[in-house]
Design a protein around this ligand. Structure first.
Ligand code: GLU
Length: 305
């Protein structure tokens, strides 16, 4: 497996020059666009890796499935479905969907920013500091790393340059879909996006989702199997932004990307995969990361289709 990962990584490294690091959050522009790393945790517990897989980066949108899990654990499926739907928007992650239809709860997708901001209100806790702390603890458990914390510089950068997310949150507020103080909700969202991870952490989260809610090593259950079906289904249709359809064709497994360059992929019953490649395509997905997953999927017959 290591040899295969090394070979594919070297083949795909050239694609890093096809994209650019995100710069709308200035702190993210400091990442090295030539980086590329992969980490795989198999269902039998074997770890394999290649490239820049120990490089830390911020989780960004890969936190959305964790937010969804926390919302499901705290409220149950029915309540969550009344607040955020499951249908793909087919629009960019930060699109301001102001049409009446898109502001219907059923059309607010949890894998794009508007839905993720709304999900922060579904986490239970006496205040937003406690809500974020509970999300962080779930992330640590899923990632198998108790040391995980936020990257203060990225958090401050997001908070300072988050006008579009503010617009989305106020839009929700103006339609009566968000009751709490907008700045407090956004603070929780910005912190959530700024959680610092590496490829191993993302692979571990993917492995729990591939193992139907159980930790890969101990088999300890973290969430019910029904919730992994719920989350994996949404990742399949909406996890790669408005590039999810093409990703389903090219790779064929549930996955979530983030503008920090991370991709967390779930190969049901087989493995979790963590990728880092901060050079992004126009849709916000890691260019070389997708190539790497595509090649790996072809070599190991990973597509679920
Ligand atoms: N923090 C980023 C934002 O809100 C997350 C976007 C992403 O990774 O897709 O713009």
């Amino acid at each position: 497996m290591e040899e295969l990962l090394e070979r594919l990584l070297e083949q795909c490294r050239a694609f890093t020059s096809w994209g650019q690091a995100a710069d709308y959050i200035p702190e993210l522009a400091k990442s090295d666009p030539a980086s590329l790393g992969i980490y795989v945790i198999g269902s039998e517990g074997k770890h394999s890796w290649a490239g820049d897989c120990h490089q830390p980066f911020t989780i960004q949108s890969v936190v959305k499935p964790i937010l969804l899990l926390q919302a499901l654990l705290d409220n149950g499926t029915e309540h969550v479905m009344q607040r955020v739907g499951v249908e793909a928007t087919g629009k960019p992650f930060d699109a301001i969907n102001a049409g009446d239809q898109s502001l219907d709860s059923g059309n607010i997708n949890p894998m794009v920013n508007m839905g993720a901001i709304l999900m922060c209100t579904l986490i239970q806790g006496k205040d937003y500091a406690e809500r974020f702390q509970r999300l962080l603890e779930l992330t640590r458990r899923l990632a198998g790393d108790e040391e995980i914390d936020i990257d203060e510089a990225v958090y401050c950068s997001e908070k300072t340059h988050g006008s579009k997310n503010r617009a989305l949150a106020y839009l929700l507020k103006s339609h009566g879909l968000l009751e709490d103080d907008v700045e407090e909700v956004l603070d929780c969202y910005f912190r959530a996006c700024s959680i610092r991870v590496d490829c191993k952490a993302l692979a571990h989260i993917g492995a729990v989702l591939s193992n139907r809610g159980r930790l890969p090593a101990s088999n300890q259950r973290i969430f019910p199997a029904a919730m992994s079906r719920y989350v994996n289904a949404i990742l399949m249709t909406c996890g790669m932004y408005d590039g999810s359809g093409e990703f389903a064709l090219r790779v064929g497994v549930p996955a979530k990307s983030g503008v920090g360059g991370g991709i967390m992929a779930v190969v049901p019953t087989r493995m979790g995969i963590g990728i880092y490649g901060p050079a992004l395509d126009r849709k916000g997905n890691s260019v070389a990361g997708i190539r790497l997953l595509e090649q790996l999927s072809r070599e190991l017959y990973l597509s679920i289709f």
